[in-house]
Design a protein around this ligand. Structure first.
Ligand SMILES: CCCNc1ncnc2c1ncn2[C@@H]1O[C@H](/C=C/CNC(=O)c2cc(-c3ccc(F)cc3)cc(O)c2O)[C@H](C)[C@H]1O
Ligand SMILES: [Mg+2]
Length: 214
């Protein structure tokens, strides 16, 4: 049977990255996507913006919506202080299976909890099932039309506290117009756009950082 692109991406990680070295995993995936096959990872250019937001915030609890192959999971988790936790949600079992191996190859299993399921179902269960009160950082990178409903759901479930940061990928391409309008118009958020490019291309894209004001 034919392999899938995520499986070929995983093969490139195993071939070119050093076990236990997250930066080499990130580099191997970026190289695969530039030289072999494009894939929808946040990528190296937007990844640097992601890195700067994480290192400035130094979050103890992180939620990622949309694991895919685990590229941004590895990027974020590699920068977390000891005892910090990253919970990442992925509802496609095939992608989850690949991501688990990418995260393991990077040696980050202890910092990452990959939960298979839909964000809409899992977000209401966060506090009781995953023993998390609130998240310091949420990275949104799943279906673009789900950014807004899931943000409203996180508000309703009390998962955001004063100072919590939402960082959203692809606010230009493919675009998340309703989400962008909401966080930019809402008095409960202080929003900032970080202009960049769609991963591995010259097309404009960017990240929107929105601080929850409580
Ligand atoms: C109802 C379920 C919601 N809840 C959910 N709960 C859990 N997991 C979820 C949920 N919804 C989705 N997922 C998972 O997250 C992943 C989905 C990721 C989606 N990302 C994009 O579509 C994109 C496109 C482009 C792009 C740009 C230009 C192009 F020309 C082509 C492509 C670039 C980019 O950077 C992009 O991130 C994964 C595939 C999918 O299984
Ligand atoms: Mg994306």
């Amino acid at each position: 049977t034919q392999s899938t692109r995520p499986q070929r991406l995983l093969g490139a990680v195993k071939k070119n990255a050093t076990r236990g070295d997250p930066r080499s995993v990130v580099k191997a995936i970026d190289q695969f996507c530039r030289q072999k096959e494009w894939a929808m990872n946040v990528g190296d250019e937007k990844g640097c913006i992601l890195d700067s937001v994480v290192s400035e915030l130094n979050p103890a609890t992180v939620l990622e919506l949309g694991t895919y192959c685990g590229y941004s999971t590895v990027r974020i988790a590699s920068m977390l202080p000891p005892h910090a936790k990253l919970i990442t949600l992925e509802f496609n079992p095939d992608y989850a299976a690949v991501a688990r191996q990418v995260i393991a190859w990077a040696g980050l299993e202890d910092k990452v909890q990959l939960v298979e399921g839909a964000s809409g179902d899992l977000i209401p269960k966060m506090s009781e099932q995953f023993e998390v009160e609130t998240f310091d950082l949420v990275f949104l990178d799943h279906w673009k039309d789900r950014y807004l409903p899931d943000t409203k759901l996180m508000e309703e479930c009390g998962l955001l506290k004063k100072g919590s940061v939402l960082l959203a990928d692809n606010v230009i391409c493919p675009g998340t117009p309703e989400y962008l309008e909401y966080v930019r118009a809402s008095p409960r958020y202080e929003s900032q756009y970080f202009r960049s490019h769609l991963e591995y291309t010259k097309v404009e894209d960017g990240l929107e950082k929105s601080v929850f004001l409580g």
